[in-house]
Every structure is written in structure tokens, then in C-alpha cells.
Design a protein around this ligand. Structure first.
Ligand SMILES: NC(=O)c1ccc[n+]([C@@H]2O[C@H](COP(=O)([O-])OP(=O)(O)OC[C@H]3O[C@@H](n4cnc5c(N)ncnc54)[C@H](O)[C@@H]3O)[C@@H](O)[C@H]2O)c1
Length: 490
């Protein structure tokens, strides 16, 4: 590839143009608004100067990159035989269609047209141009930094040409993935239930619970930001629109249903940072209220740590007067019976609860035992733990026993185990998407890691926790809702 034209010089267009110019491609950046073109020129120049200051680029590299950039207003001034045109204008179907119709009459037939749409159908965008080579090229913000590019298939372009684009990006240190033209592509679809499931875990429209979910997903799950703080950052309305778009496209499937708390937040004008810091959490927390969360790091030396006895389904020799780690994978009724027996024998119990639902954590409150989720791995090496016994020494001993950190929550807010539920939904959606031929497992994993900074791809995570655990929890969640097909069904 030698030359590219970017139409739309806003946030994305300017970033995409900067990336191409840096990578030695002759780049034309255009917009129908003169002021935007000038602002883009300034912001790209500032960005390069910051890179020089940080010693990431030499002035010579910057000069070469800048020399590749041409800022224009009129399409007519752009060479007709350019290799690729990328559109990054407003996210409105009719406006994008109109633009491409105009561009079609200017550029030669070999020029590939691509849209950077976040969620519109590529087929619909290019519907009126059946003879034009076209596809989607979905970059992530900030485009010069974020490595992922979703290459979206279309009927008018051969697999060979798409693979050429794939090879081009790969050779320039981007992470390209090939995706079928389906709503949300990979990232915006597979990530939906990072938000959706988090909303469904809530007992109430309560910012403290939202904050707790955020903290757990960061400390235990290893996500850079929690879902609620992320929505407040990006815009609660922007996120809701993405959910609605996918929900519409998938025939109102319950797994994409927008949540009433999010709708309420948007309707009341609480959109996050952009509305004067009023959002789902922003502007609603009283800092003086504590969250009862304790992060227990591994303590290397403890001279007299309480001993913990592992108890699993193979053993029927019930211990007495001990701290017992119940590792059994029974159903709720059987677990209840086992815990009752263990308690009668004067044991203090920590119970593996990752495969059970909210009812189990409710039971833990009633029968007074601790609950943990040791089966769920992430790079944080941290276990989610609900404390009812009120003995910090037990949490510390458990941390040592497991050789992992423990993130403790006192069960004042009767939420279930958070990370297992959210993770199961992400893996679940990835599996459905793969079955529908959306993309390869490898590309789905790459997309979630390089587009959204997830610590693992969903299929890597499925391997780490084990397919059996994933399936066990998914089925338990499915049955806990109803006998009818629901959002956990396959
Ligand atoms: N912002 C993101 O994080 C992000 C990420 C991925 C994809 N996208 C998608 O990229 C596209 C652009 O988003 P953005 O955030 O850069 O928007 P933006 O509002 O910052 O920029 C859009 C630009 O397009 C220009 N424009 C509008 N109509 C035009 C026309 N007919 N001809 C030429 N220029 C025109 C506007 O003047 C504006 O400068 C959208 O489709 C969006 O969904 C955005």
C-alpha cells in the first residue's frame, strides 16, 4: 500500500491518519469543516512533539511522518488512483451512504473503500455500490496507540484482498482480525455483558454496589476499569446506544436487553463525566461510607497460621473443630446438607461457591460460613471472597493456603459472586459468536485483548478456568432463572 485518504478529521480520522503517516504511507486527510482540518493538523503535530519529548521518536522521524501528511478540504484535490479510502465521519447510515456515493464518482475502480463505523452494517453502508471493493476497518481510540483493527468482510471484496490488508497491518505492528459483518463486530458484541451482567448482579440502583462490582472486576478479574466507571467515562448514553444497536440487530435477545438502571440514568441526564460528573457512580457516592473490602496480600511468614483442612467430594470422614475448605461441587441442596453437617461438628467453613448462584451467598449469610471463588483465574492472582465469619486471620490463612491474594468483601450487600458471573457471560457470548462464524477463536481472543485491554481473551480464559467449570456455572445460572430459554442458554 502506498497511499490512503481519510475522510473525517475528527477524533478517529486524525488518529488513523497519524498512524498511516507514521508508517510511511502517503496520507490525505479531509473533512467538510475547515476548522476541524486545522484542529487535526495541530493535534497531530502536538502528538508528535510529545513523542519526541518522551524520546519515543526522533525529530527526523517526525519530519518524515509529517511529510507524508496532506491536509485538504476538497475531495477533487485528492489523486484518483489512491489505494484505500477510509471514512471516519458521523455514525449515521444515510450520511455515510451519501458520502460514499460521491466518493465513488471520483476514485478509480481499484480503490478500496472502507468504513470505520463502530456498529453500522457494512452491507447497508455499501448497498448502493455493488461494484466497489469495500469493507469495514474498525480502529480503536486512540488509533495511533491501540493495536487492534477489525477488518470486516463484505460481499464485494475477495478474501485474498482482505488478507492483503491483514498482512499490511500485521507488518506494521497492528493486530488485525477478520470479522463477519454482524452487529457489534467482535469487541462491541462480546463486551456487551461485561456491562449487562454487571447491571443484572445489582440488587438495587445503588452506586455503592456498582462501585463494589467495579473494584472486584479490577482486583480479581484484572480489568483495567470497572464497567460502571467506564460507562461514566465514555458516556452512559453512548454505551446504552451500543447496547440498543446490538439488541435490535439480534432480534431483542434477552442477553442484550438494556438495563432499566442505565435507561433511567440516561433519561435523568446523568451521562457521566460529560454531564458535570453526574453519572451511574459519579456524583452519587458519599465518600464517608466504607465498602467493607479488604485486599489481603500473601503473607510470606506467619509463625502460627491457622490450619485449613481441604474437604472434597471423595471424603466422607467429616472433620471436627477445624477450619474446613469445602471444595465440593454439589448442587445447592447437597451443599446445604454438607455444610449443616460440618457446622454441627463445630467447624468454621470456607466454601467454594464459584459454580453456584446468588442463593448460595444468601445461604452463607444465614448459616454463617465464608464463600470463595478459587476456580476463576486472572493475571491478578486474586480470589474473590465473601466473609461472614468475621475472622481476618482465616482470610489471611486462606490466602497463604491458596498461595494467592484474597479480595475480601463483607457480605453486607447480599450480592453473589461477581467475577464468575461476568466472566461466564463474556465466555458465553464468545462461544455463541464463534458458533455463528463471526471470527476464529484466535481472532476473538486477540480482539478482546488488543481492542479492549482484557487481561485474557475469552477462549484463553475458558481454558484457564476449565471448560467443565464454565459449563457447570453456565447451566446453574441458566436453571436459576427459568426453565425456558434465557440469556445463559446455548
Ligand atoms: N470515537 C471513538 O472512540 C470511535 C472508535 C471507533 C470508531 N468510531 C467511529 O468513527 C467514526 C467517527 O467518529 P469520531 O469519534 O472520530 O467522530 P468526530 O465527531 O470526532 O468526527 C467526525 C468528523 O466527520 C466530519 N464529517 C461529518 N460529515 C462529513 C462529510 N460528509 N464529509 C466529510 N467530513 C464529514 C465532521 O466534521 C467531524 O469532524 C464514527 O463512525 C464512529 O462511530 C469512533
Amino acid at each position: 500500500m502506498k497511499s490512503v485518504c481519510i475522510v473525517g478529521a475528527g477524533t478517529m480520522g486524525a488518529g488513523i491518519a497519524q498512524w498511516f503517516a507514521t508508517n510511511g504511507i502517503k496520507t490525505f486527510l479531509t473533512d467538510n469543516n475547515q476548522r476541524v482540518v486545522e484542529a487535526a493538523k495541530q493535534s497531530i503535530s502536538n502528538s508528535y512533539q510529545r513523542l519526541v519529548k518522551k524520546n519515543k521518536f526522533t525529530q527526523n522521524q517526525v519530519d518524515q511522518s509529517q511529510a507524508n501528511l496532506n491536509y485538504l478540504l476538497a475531495i477533487e484535490d485528492i489523486p484518483k488512483d489512491i489505494d484505500l479510502v477510509i471514512e471516519a465521519i458521523v455514525e449515521r447510515l444515510e450520511i455515510k451512504k451519501e458520502l460514499f456515493k460521491n466518493l465513488d464518482s471520483h476514485f478509480c475502480p481499484q480503490t478500496i473503500f472502507a468504513s470505520n463505523t463502530s456498529g453500522l452494517s457494512i452491507e447497508k453502508i455499501f448497498h448502493d455500490l455493488p461494484n466497489r471493493l469495500s469493507c469495514g476497518l474498525h480502529f480503536f481510540n486512540p488509533a495511533p496507540v491501540m493495536k487492534l483493527v477489525e477488518i470486516i468482510k463484505s460481499k464485494t471484496i475477495s478474501d485474498e484482498k482482505l488478507m492483503n490488508l491483514h498482512s499490511f497491518f500485521l507488518s506494521r505492528d497492528k493486530v488485525p482480525v477478520i470479522v463477519k459483518d454482524q452487529a457489534g463486530f467482535i469487541c462491541n458484541r462480546v463486551a456487551r455483558n461485561f456491562y449487562g451482567e454487571s447491571f443484572r448482579i445489582l440488587n438495587d440502583d445503588d452506586p455503592y454496589q456498582m462501585n463494589l462490582i467495579d473494584q472486584t472486576l479490577k482486583h480479581v478479574g484484572g480489568f483495567k476499569m470497572g464497567p460502571f466507571e467506564l460507562m461514566d467515562l465514555i458516556g452512559v448514553d453512548i454505551n446504552l446506544n451500543a447496547t440498543k444497536g446490538v439488541y435490535e440487530s439480534f432480534g431483542h435477545h434477552p442477553r442484550f436487553a438494556p438495563h432499566s438502571y442505565q435507561v433511567k440514568s440516561v433519561e435523568s441526564g446523568r451521562l457521566g463525566r460529560k454531564t458535570n460528573n453526574q453519572g451511574l457512580i459519579l456524583g452519587r457516592l458519599d465518600e464517608s461510607v466504607s465498602f467493607f473490602n479488604i485486599f489481603v496480600p500473601l503473607k510470606a511468614e506467619d509463625n502460627h497460621p491457622p490450619q485449613i483442612i481441604d474437604y472434597d467430594e471423595l471424603s466422607h470422614d467429616y472433620p471436627e473443630d477445624s477450619i474446613v475448605f469445602d471444595k465440593t461441587r454439589f448442587n445447592l441442596e447437597e451443599k446445604k446438607q454438607l455444610i449443616t453437617i460440618l457446622k454441627e461438628r463445630n467447624n468454621k467453613i470456607i466454601s467454594e461457591g464459584s459454580h453456584l448462584t446468588k442463593q448460595f451467598t444468601e445461604l452463607s449469610k444465614k448459616l454463617n460460613f465464608d464463600v470463595c471463588a478459587t476456580n476463576f483465574y486472572s493475571k491478578t492472582n486474586t480470589i474473590e471472597y465473601i466473609q461472614n465469619l468475621d475472622e481476618d486471620a482465616i482470610c489471611q490463612a486462606f490466602s497463604n493456603h491458596q498461595d494467592r491474594n484474597v479480595f475480601v468483601r463483607k457480605n453486607h450487600l447480599s450480592l453473589g459472586l461477581i467475577f464468575p458471573r461476568v466472566l461466564i457471560q463474556i465466555i458465553h457470548e464468545a462461544n455463541i459468536a464463534f458458533d455463528e462464524d463471526l471470527a476464529s477463536k484466535k481472532d476473538i481472543d486477540l480482539a478482546m485483548k488488543y481492542g479492549l485491554n482484557y487481561p485474557h481473551g475469552p477462549f484463553e480464559w475458558e481454558e484457564l478456568i476449565g471448560k467443565e467449570i464454565y459449563e457447570l456455572l453456565r447451566v446453574n445460572l441458566m436453571n436459576s432463572i427459568s426453565k425456558k430459554p434465557n440469556r445463559y442458554s446455548r
